[in-house]
Design a protein around this ligand. Structure first.
Ligand code: HT8
Length: 842
């Protein structure tokens, strides 16, 4: 095994890349893939890059030096990748996303470079353990949850599939807040992820663009007598590029994640300085830098803040200007833009790009409108990630006009031409025109960004089969009727490198041993596990892997929360953002029901379970914060009660992020995917759990539908109303009280919570939650309660049959191949982007 890995390391180092064969040469310290040169590289970086003599170096210093050494080993691949794309003039996929939730880079880069074994040796030689060094790395939390993590998985797959691609986004100085739990409540702490430096990025101060705001427009005639528009802005900021390498697995391809940081434009400061207003100059500088200061911590509800629109326009403008500059550098005419770039909009956050590209092409590059529009539509694709009305972005017209006056004019012109098309296709249907307009004219006028993105793109997609279906029949129904050929489904995926190979090394080894290593890039090979699913020896190995992962998580939970969990218990896990539609409180109602049953009947035999939660609430989301408090309050009561705590415990893992996700997904027996049907566009945590052999209890929502098909319907615990049923119940006038009246256990559980049993008699703290369920229950928690409880009973009986549970667990991993982000990206490349692989040579 060890010998095998050595071969891999030397192969990628010596044969595939520009590195000279590893001997004790000078350049070996930068690129050598053997432990000896890595060791020397760490010492050199400690000394020369960090100014830290080895005697005083602490593990974090070793981490930084080691990260720099690994970045060096990607450097020539990185540069030759960019050079190859440039020389060959290949079409590049540009993934525009306001969020990239990358997670720690070091371990992932080691996996992708086949450097784990050599790295372990090198560090051992220096007296350090690789795992300790890996644990030193913080993570760039530049995203809220699934949407940002999806972007990160897609970059991994693009590089692994050797596809020319650039990720464009925002270098927030503060990412998603760190969550602490104090007295059961969430506390938010600023995420100072850059405070100890970032070894992975390279600042490119020469790659910078000006971005304008405010002011007004002027009409003028150019030299040829042609009518043109000039934008006279009120303010200008500069965007600076920071590049991070994205190394593909087992290939030379190393793509770029380019994040923009806002800086003040000096000449503006000086102007103010010269007229003596020093403080105004400093204020302007601070205001400029505010643009990329902090990530908005809201997942799903869109917030109509001016600064948020400024962030979106800022990174989109920099990115499109960057593409035009690349085109110029290649001496390609601007008319060839759409042949050179496929620009994907990750939700509507970058959708101002449609108007910005039009402005750049028409006002600055002087194309005529029709030519510019043809290029724009041919370039853009739009991915929708949610149907929740509160998450659909619209901007108040006055704010838009003030910040982006020229773009508003362009949007009006796009709209005028678009509505003409609608009128000629559907004569006399003015209601349709009103519904489809880019401007919502009802009440205070607003710009509808989803409509702009749809009109400006040749391809529109949803993120799971059910979601795409609902998209076409609900929020984009009119657009689907107009342009059915533009719509398609692209079910999400996750990278098996990070979410299996890196985070579940024991399972990786078992799979390598059983199937060979190819499953990591051809996950359909996991199907071959089917034949082993009943094999006793294989089952024993499978359970040993899971048990080890559960021990690892149990000890993490113990150190983080003080709660002791027996790794032999059923690990029932729900980790995701806290949101009412995701129904963590339904899970709590099950816990309270089991608690009551045990209290009423102490002799009851049930398989012991650990109920494990994790997730952040948006700081301003009142209900979500109470749900966190409820989980912790119920946990405190149960965990301290000797009558029940030998059969159930509840733990809330603080600060869910990519890093602790590595410990969580591989340790699950049961994955909770219990959103109200029709509300979760896809989910991707559900896929991470499945890949790692968890069984799912879930509704027919998002990608759960496809997970159930791939796992086999018998290997999935299905419950609850369908999306259609949910809709008809609501239409008929949903009355949550009827469900309480018909179910004593439900009534008792709500009463226990409402009367303060879990809050030391405080009947106020959970009152808003309980009242909301009783009187409103917008996400039909009570309507699904009975079915959920019954389904959990099936889980219990299934768990008691160890062999059958193990078999089902194996079949879940076996069926997870579809949910590789490689499959998803292949579909985007072939069906939307028309981007193909390019081999990067040494
Ligand atoms: C879906 C999730 C899906 C994932 O995308 C999600 N969509 C958002 N966040 C997600 O995790 C989302 C949608 C609109 C937003 C926003 C976030 C608007 C403003 C701010 C944040 O919920 O089901 O798996 C990837 O497709």
């Amino acid at each position: 095994m060890k010998h095998h890995m050595d071969q891999d390391a030397s192969e990628i180092g010596a044969n595939r890349a520009a590195a000279p064969a590893s001997s004790a040469t000078g350049s070996d310290v930068r690129i050598g893939m053997q432990a000896t040169s890595l060791r020397q590289a760490v010492l050199d970086h400690l000394y020369y890059s960090l100014g830290c003599p080895p005697i005083v170096a602490r593990p974090h210093d070793y981490y930084r030096a080691f990260a720099l050494a690994i970045r060096d080993r990607m450097q020539h691949r990185w540069i030759s990748t960019s050079q190859t794309y440039f020389d060959l003039n290949r079409k590049v996929a540009c993934y525009l996303s306001a969020e990239f939730l990358m997670g720690p880079h070091l371990g992932n880069n080691l996996v992708n470079l086949h450097l784990e074994q050599e790295a372990r040796k090198a560090l051992a030689d220096l007296g350090h353990d690789l795992d300790t060094i890996l644990a030193c790395e913080g993570e760039p939390g530049l995203g809220n949850g699934g949407l940002g993590r999806l972007a990160a998985c897609y970059l991994d797959s693009l590089a692994t599939l050797q596809c020319p691609a650039i990720g464009y986004g925002i270098r927030y100085e503060f990412g998603i807040f760190e969550q602490e739990i104090r007295d059961g409540w969430q506390a938010e702490i600023t995420d100072k992820w850059l405070s100890r430096g970032n070894a992975w990025e390279i600042a490119k101060p020469d790659v910078c663009y000006y971005v304008n705001w405010g002011g007004h427009t002027e009409y003028y005639r150019d030299e040829t007598g042609c009518q043109r528009v000039r934008w006279i802005p009120h303010r200008v900021v500069r965007g600076i590029a920071y590049d991070t390498p994205i190394q593909g697995y087992s290939v030379n391809t190393c793509n770029t994640l380019r994040l923009w940081s806002a800086e003040a434009v000096e000449s503006f400061d000086f102007q103010a300085f010269n007229v003596g207003d020093y403080y105004e100059a400093v204020n302007k500088k601070v205001a400029s830098e505010t643009v990329t200061k902090v990530l908005y911590p809201n997942d799903e509800p869109a917030i109509g803040k001016r600064l948020r629109l400024a962030q979106q326009y800022f990174f989109v403008s920099c990115s499109l200007q960057d593409m035009l500059r690349l085109l110029d550098l290649a001496n390609s005419p601007v008319e060839s833009f759409a042949e050179r770039f496929a620009v994907q909009l990750n939700d509507t956050h970058p959708s101002i790009g449609v108007a910005e590209l039009m402005r750049l092409l028409v006002d600055e590059r002087r194309l005529d409108w029709d030519a510019a529009w043809a290029i724009t539509v041919a370039s853009f694709g739009y991915t929708n990630h949610t149907l929740l009305p509160e998450a659909l972005e619209t901007w108040p017209l006055p704010m838009f006009a003030e910040l982006l006056p020229r773009h508003l004019e362009i949007i009006y012109e796009i709209n005028r031409r678009f509505l003409d098309e609608v009128r000629s296709r559907f004569p006399g249907d003015e209601a349709r025109v009103v519904r489809m307009s880019l401007i919502d004219e009802e009440g205070a006028k607003r710009v509808r960004m989803a409509h702009l993105a749809t009109v400006g793109s040749h391809a529109v997609n949803g993120v799971a089969a059910l979601h795409t279906e609902l998209l076409q029949t609900s929020i984009l129904k009119d657009f689907h009727e107009l342009w059915p050929e533009r719509f398609s489904n692209k079910t999400n995926g996750v990278t098996p490198r990070r979410f299996l190979a890196l985070s579940n090394p024991a399972l990786r080894e078992l799979l390598d041993h059983t199937l060979g290593q190819e499953w990591l890039t051809e996950p359909d090979r996991l199907r071959k596990l089917d034949v082993h699913s009943g094999d006793e020896a294989f089952q024993r190995d499978w359970r040993a892997v899971k048990l080890g992962n559960k021990q690892r998580l149990a000890s993490y939970i113990q150190t983080q929360t003080g709660i002791e969990i027996d790794p032999a218990w059923l690990f029932d896990i729900q980790v995701k953002r806290i949101h009412e539609y995701k129904r963590q409180h339904l899970n709590v109602l099950h816990i309270v029901t089991m608690y009551r049953r045990l209290k009423e009947n102490p002799a009851l035999t049930i398989p012991p379970r650990a109920f494990i939660f994790g997730g952040k609430a948006a700081p301003g989301y009142f209900m979500a914060k109470r749900i966190i408090k409820l989980i912790n309050a119920v946990g405190e009561t149960i965990n301290a009660d000797p009558e029940v705590n030998s059969r159930m415990k509840v733990a809330f893992i603080p600060n869910l992020n990519v890093k602790n996700g590595h410990l969580i997904y591989p340790a699950a027996d049961l994955s909770e995917q219990i959103s109200t049907a029709g509300k979760e566009a896809s989910g991707t945590g559900n896929m991470k759990f499945m890949l790692n052999g968890a069984l799912t209890i879930g509704t027919l929502d998002g990608a759960n539908v496809e997970i159930r098909e791939e796992a086999g319907v018998d290997n999935f615990f299905l419950f609850g109303l369908t999306a259609d049923e949910t809709e008809s119940i609501k239409r008929a006038g949903y009355r949550p009280r009827d469900y309480i009246a018909g179910n004593d256990e439900l009534r008792a559980a709500l009463e226990l919570i409402g009367t303060g049993h879990f809050s030391r008699g405080d009947a106020e703290v959970f009152r808003p939650l309980v009242d909301n369920l009783i009187h409103d229950d917008p996400f039909l928690v009570l309507a699904d309660y009975a079915a959920y409880i019954a389904c959990q009973e099936q889980v219990n009986s299934a768990w008691e049959d160890v062999k059958n549970w193990t078999r089902m667990s194996i079949l879940n991993t076996a069926g997870s191949g579809k949910f590789s982000s490689d499959r998803a990206i292949t579909e985007y490349c072939e069906e939307i982007w028309n981007v193909g692989p390019v081999t990067v040579k040494n």
